[in-house]
Design a protein around this ligand. Sequence first.
Ligand code: ADP
Ligand code: MG
Length: 582
Amino acid sequence: MARIRLLSPLTVNRIAAGEVIERPAAAVKELVENALDAGATRLEILLSQGGIARIEVLDNGCGIPRDELALAITRHATSKLEDDALVRIATLGFRGEALPSIGAAARLTLTSRPVGQDCAYTVQVAGGDVSAITPAAGLPGTRAIVEDLFYATPARRKFLRSPRAEAEAAERAVWRLALSAPATAFRLVSDDRVLFDLPAQDEPARIAALFGRDTAANLLPIEAANGPIRLTGLAGPAALSRATTALQSFVVNHRPVLDPLLRMALRLAYRDVIPAGRHPVAALRLDLPDEALDVNVHPAKTELRFADANAIRGLVIGALTRLLERPVSLANAPPARPALSLLSSAPPSYFPSAPRPAQRGFAEAELMVLEPTARQLPASLHEPTQNHPLGAPVAQILDTYILAVAADGALVIIDQHAAHERLTEERLRAEFLAGAVATQPLLVPVVVDLPQLDAGRLAAEAPALRRLGLDIEPFGPGAILVRGLPAALKNPDAASLIRDLAEEFAEADTPIALEAKLDSALARLACHRSIRAGRRLSEPEMSALLRDMEATPRAATCSHGRPTFLKLTRAELEKLFGRRGI
Ligand code: ADP
Ligand code: MG
């Protein structure tokens, strides 16, 4: 065995860099945190190639005096810890690790000018080598430039994802920080695209800008306290769920966190009111005495330890549960989404006085009422044949399920919505593969408000989205102008479709190729053209649906993996009734 020796400071910094700066987004986060700790009221973040090539963070904060510049880039040197007890940490930073770690892994240029100092001074660290400190031009505040991240640590460089995926992760980090500090103006530019340009504003305005105005308008205020612990913020009603957790933000004592306890509490509160696989929308802020909180859990400081975890959990779940019990005014109800209407409890009952959806094909007078929610089709029924494994429709129940009888006597129950969703998806996919998704131009283009980040991302993909039949263009920083939609969808709701698509493209941690992304976007699009559960179908419509299913690949499940039909064979029926094995 080799002898034990102390590691060199450079090696120590590189090891720390592995923990603190694990990707460009982490460097961005550390630099923005420094700017916020310095009291900046305005900051600008510029990224090239997702921050891999270059990150620049410019602030108007207190600056670093010339004689402290060398210390700033020294490990374990910080201006933020007043005593060594590590309690009452009110700043975002406190470990004195970020700048030396960045300097060990990349080329860091730190230029700073405190108010009152006649010029700025600058220092460079590259792969751990520190330059002389020299005068430089600069306004009061600090400018940190990070170039060639991980050039000095090739092992780490190999783990970088595509510039695009890294840019998205960095955007997410800034998104969270911007929510935590609404009084600070934020400008984020990624490869010359302005992703956000937010003025100093109050918290609701900041949430509206970053969650999207339409979404924010549906959020409900939340306010609760337990002793010195205060919970405030906005949270969505049950009907406002999302496909991802992207629209969830937690801020604890001004610190944006991804804390598992808070995420779990949010999930539990909504567990029974939103469908599995969907996620609530919430911007929550907790304020509690600094000493009730340990932020020194992880080098990245995104997780916390609460002195009284149960109190926090109880407060969050309790407050959200009360919010969800509140009757939601109609004005607040978002447009019904197919995914939700699947779960909606009572379909319209079949009484002559009940309002009825438009009906094609069979006249309603021909339909025979068996009981309020089931009906039998007229005798004109086709005989089921061997070629049709899903059989011939005999009735529709709850305006949601089709009952069919197969030639061998099996009873088939089809979920019309799930089935149709799959058919639409496969049809769109076939068109897409053939390069021929037809676009239906809108008579009147629709403007859809989105979070700036999402709008920018969609706008950047406009040429690719054309292949999905979407004709869109940017419309200011936080909106998309929709000129045309896939014809196969037959007039879907443009706003909810665009929002769903934005989410599909925002999956920050799936750096899959564009082609794959477009393909998975097809499934999202398909949800927007589906026979809603609760729509009455004529007999020819039902037959057509079954025949289409038989001819369509993967028709046994919907795009979400749920079954589209259940089949009870004669043997199974006999077993259920105890006729078998007697
Ligand atoms: P920490 O933030 O944990 O103290 P850092 O390595 O991030 O450690 O920064 C070291 C020190 O450099 C900070 O304590 C602060 O005094 C100074 N500093 C860094 N960035 C800025 C900035 N943007 N404005 C003012 N001071 C800064
Ligand atoms: Mg710091």
